[in-house]
Write a protein that binds this ligand. Sequence first.
Ligand code: UTP
Length: 288
Amino acid sequence: MTPRKPLKKAVFPVAGLGTRFLPATKSIPKEMLPIVDKPLIQYAVEEALEAGIESLIFVTSRRKHAISDHFDSEPELENHLSKSGKHELLERISSVIPNHISRIYVPQLSPRGLGHAVACARSAVGNEPFAVLLADDLIKSPDQGCLKQMAEVYRKTGDSVLAVETVAADQTDRYGIVDARDTVVRSIVEKPAPSAAPSNTGVVGRYILDGKIFELLDQTGPGAGGEIQLTDAIAKLLFEKRVRVHHFEGTRYDCGSQSGYIKATMAYALEHPKLRDELLEFVREFLV
Ligand code: UTP
């Protein structure tokens, strides 16, 4: 048996337009919107690091320099925090990405869809398995992060893995929908109408994919919404490789939508020891 290639690379597509959050996202990338005090992209990066990822590949657009700025060191601010004795804050801003972790930024020149964004990372990934994390799907897990759970499935099986959850039967047209038996995917379709959906098992923004996907993305034309869809390339991958689903432990917040973003903010804030009591009091005022 050939040894399994370790999962060391993760792709973060962050080149979308974020139109559902305009005008807030006109100059700020959606992935930089904060949940309490950390931007969405930082939660996704931390989840990847927890899963043992050592190379972070950001697919960015011209407008997204705030993301690389966020992960760069900021000597002036660090000096200021150090001099004013704010050591805890200093630690929080300077230790996000350890030094041995590599960071690569690759451009997506125009937002032609998630599949196209992933394809832009091809030369940075090479021919090996890799993870894809969509920062706007924020997953709050009680114990291990979602990607770490999926990495364990990959380690045991060597198969590609898609994070899934059961979605409302009338909302299948918002997701990639899979038909799976015994965790093995038999078919996948992007945003089917409820009447045409093979199930109500929806793919969320975490993937572990075989490097073969890049060849298949090259052969994938525009699909749903006129965009190059990752789902369509995964449908082709099913003919060549086994793909599994993983029903993750945790709660996913769709922070690409305004209601999901606000729910995530509330969930994280209500767990924050300094915010909880004050916020509960505030929420109660609306309930009476
Ligand atoms: P979304 O479709 O949720 O993001 O893509 P969007 O297009 O930015 O948002 P709306 O619908 O206009 O509000 C999911 C993820 O894929 C990235 C996005 O940045 C987001 O993280 N993406 C999407 C790209 O990197 N490139 C694309 O061409 C499309």
